[in-house]
Design a protein. Structure first.
Length: 96
């Protein structure tokens, strides 16, 4: 994969797998699946920029597993793989 570097206070994540079969055993097509809300951080931007030009680094780091809000971020596809780009403020927490 080519290098991707998020700008500002954004992060790039890979979602952890969603359910393909419901609890009742029914196969769920792609559009009906519940989107996973846990992801692994792949890239982190430099942080939030203050009006004076300085940068505040974020609390999220590459390799962290994070919990996302249900409608957080934007899906992108790079070289056939799906990722999400979101603002650090959309992250609900880090799994330790």
């Amino acid at each position: 994969m080519s290098a991707f570097e998020p700008l500002g206070n954004r992060i790039m994540v890979a979602l952890e797998g969603g359910e393909e079969v419901s609890k009742g055993g029914i196969f769920l097509p792609e559009m009906a699946r519940e989107r996973p809300q846990i992801a692994k951080v792949l890239a982190v931007g430099p942080g939030e920029r203050r009006p004076d030009g300085t940068t505040i680094p974020g609390d999220i780091h590459v390799g962290d597993r994070i919990v996302l809000g249900k409608y957080a971020g934007m899906s992108i596809t790079l070289e056939g793989q799906s990722f999400m780009i979101l603002n650090a403020e959309e992250v609900l927490g880090v799994l330790r």
